[in-house]
Design a protein around this ligand. Sequence first.
Ligand code: F6P
Length: 580
Amino acid sequence: MPAATRSKKSARKPAAKAASGVARKDTAPKVPAWHVAPDKTRAWKRLTALAKRGRALDLRAAFKKDRTRGTRFSAEALGIHLDYSKNLVDGDIVDALVALAKECGVAKHAKAMFAGEAINITENRAVLHAALRAPKGSVMKVDGENVVPHVHAVLDRMAAFADAVRNGAWRGHTGKKIAAVVNIGIGGSDLGPVMAYEALKDFTRRDIDCRYVSNIDGEDFYEKTRDLDPETTLFVVSSKTFTTIETMTNAQTARAWALAKLKDRAAVARHFVAVSTNAEEVAKFGIDTANMFGFWDWVGGRYSMDSAIGLSTMIAIGPAAFHELLAGFRDMDEHFRTAPAKKNLPYLLALLGLWNRDFLGFETVAVLPYCQYLHRFSAYLQQLEMESNGKRVQLDGSPCRWQTSPVIWGEPGTNGQHAFYQMIHQGTSPVPCDFLAFAKPLHDVGSTETGMHHDILLANLFAQGEALAFGKTAAEVRAEGTPEWLVPHRTFPGNRPSNTLLCEQLSPRMLGRLVALYEHKTFVQGSIWRVNSFDQWGVELGKVLAKRIIPELSGARPAKAAHDSSTSALIARYRAWRGR
Ligand code: F6P
């Protein structure tokens, strides 16, 4: 299988093209009998009964009653300690959640995924991002063909290219060394790379500046390139489909920007490379496919940061560190496949999240890394979880009778403490939190006089979990001498659930483990919710409508397309202010 295409042997038959361009089958694929609807299981019924107990669970009393609760409800693997004791759970609830995963056939579903079966049934595709980090010499098959050699062929090409850019062997058209790499991509072709670049900045060569242009808003391109020199800038155009309007428009703008100075079309070959599954579109765009790094339709966009989509990451941190990142993913794959559910970090995170969503009714989850390097982690998880599991129908097309993806959001601590934590502590809607931190900082800044920053940071994290769980009673507030009228304002209800993920130290390997942890968490939840976590039809309608509106904004006269009165008035107002 060449880098970005399927061999004849592996081409899935009777796939026709749907209007959207993806392969489709004319008859609905059969959902395996073991993949049962969650609300048909005994465990779901048991959990429904237990929900009352969960809602009434008093964390103060629970911790008092069981002095070992903090360690009993925790699990540790791969340098990641998960403390989930501050959730509204007890032993029976955890047992029932584990039973739910079993009855819903999660392990069988995972087996099918790792075996390369086409579990993305609406697009008739395998889901094999795990093959992206499979070791050389191992076997993972799609349609009977081992894809691991193809993965490594691309990784080797990426490494040769990344090394050449890093050591100056790859030069710009005028012979100058590359000083800036600009990744142009959006969604999965941006969020992973930018998150990883920020997370691993300390592992990067600081003399190559990586930037990320994603938004169709021209201000993004303008700001990211205004101080760059086309002679020393390399663009990596990253798009799985190579048809995404934002990326294609930004790439065209980039080409014009570069050629305005370089004034020779031949310069494109030295300043543009592509990452895609679509060789045909790459060639049409004018990028030599010799400068293309491929991946495959069995890699979903939001699961692609460890594919060639990570080219900018590899240039930034170097091939050896990129392989460490892959090793981290692999560590977690292995843990996910082999650890019993009660000790399995992805299972536990998924099941607790499902408990909060479906049985306690919490609608959002805040992911709060106490690590500035992870400041794009929550944004990355938003796509991973919400694009995967923000679905309303089951695999067989029938409506979900349960809630699916919560809203994922968050910002790094301690910044968030001075912004939105007020609502988390005292608002009317509890927000389960995932606190995330590293025990060992990369830079232990501070001194005994000023205080060590990291100790203060971690103290804040631990304090937040404590405050959320145990709150402050009215009696405690009164005992401080607070006037009676102020007591309700200063009371903290407590019983607000959180997980704490305390990891040893941030490194490429640890980042790989963390991303794979959330990938598999998402898988387990989607599997139980019985949705297809690997398609994203919900993004289509807006794209189609925007295409129709574009000429109405830029044309000499508004088109006569029928819109509702709100949209028509907005278009008219826009045109008027633009003098059109
Ligand atoms: O519109 C959503 C989406 O398709 C995401 O799933 C994807 O990650 C993103 O757009 C970018 O797609 P591409 O890599 O094909 O440009």
